[in-house]
Design a binder for this molecule. Structure first.
Ligand code: ZN
Length: 138
């Protein structure tokens, strides 16, 4: 059965974050960037968190970055999951953009370390929802 892993509610798509989720579905990491101070930020909002400008532009980024921290998460923390299948959640300092948090896939936990080079991957969890993950580059 493939329904169990996503039995928990998926993120809610709103007018503010729709360009982000549309980008993921197209296999691209698009982030809000302030046209006034030229900085990326996340999550998207009505104003830039640095300068309060409303001049938001959505810009594609490389999706590459380095791990700045990580933690092992046990799914048993969530009532929706019955089995404890630990997975690794990383915070990634993007080359272009802010830090983003998601899980990292296809990696032996023993090689996970701060500074590890990673890239965004796009996981179509349902026909309507694609989520961001990270994978080691190279
Ligand atoms: Zn700004």
């Amino acid at each position: 059965m493939t329904e169990a892993p996503y039995a928990k509610p998926l993120p809610r798509v709103t007018p503010d974050n729709k360009p982000f989720f549309d980008g993921l579905r197209a296999g691209a990491l698009r982030l809000p960037r302030c046209a006034a101070c030229d900085r990326f930020y996340f999550p998207p909002g009505p104003v830039c968190p640095f300068c309060f400008s409303e001049m938001l532009e959505w810009s594609a980024t490389s999706g590459r970055g380095t791990v700045s921290s990580w933690v092992v998460v046990h799914k048993a923390w969530f009532p929706a999951f019955q089995d404890d299948v630990p997975y690794n959640v990383v915070q990634v300092e993007l080359e272009e953009g802010p830090r983003l948090t998601s899980n990292i896939v296809d990696i032996d936990p023993d090689v996970l370390r701060i500074g590890l080079a990673v890239e965004a991957v796009y996981d179509a969890v349902t026909p309507d929802m694609t989520l961001l993950r990270f994978r080691r580059t190279g």
